[in-house]
Design a protein around this ligand. Sequence first.
Ligand code: RB5
Length: 146
Amino acid sequence: MRILIGSDHGGLSLKHTLSERLRSQGHEVVDMGTDSTASCDYPDYAVLVARAVAAGEGDFGLLVCGTGQGMAMSANRVPGVRAAVVSDVFSAKATRQHNDANVLCLGERVIGGGLAGEIVDAFLGASFDGGRHVGRLEKMARLESR
Ligand code: RB5
């Protein structure tokens, strides 16, 4: 898969850990920044990844900040993006199956690297269930134009 990744300074270390892990699994990883520990603003990187995912430039986005929350709030303002903050394996799988999430947001100050790796595996390994969930996503998409 082609995974588009980004972080702010608060998520830089975990992003690098996950990036190496994804590459070792054979995925193509496109790192859209930041590449520095200097303090920066998470919306600047969230929008780069979110717009690229919405444009179909990758299979999924992965955003890391201190909590994952600011990244998700920012990414979800881009039409076509369904970004989820995840801190457990069950939710990682469920948000793909039920919500067809296309951007995974993680918090470096919330979870460790081991759990983060398992969450990424569960997210990438799950598929959208379709069926009764399709209409719900269509309702969600209609909210973008209000
Ligand atoms: C940066 O200090 C921190 O606010 C940011 O990484 C993130 O947690 C925001 O949601």
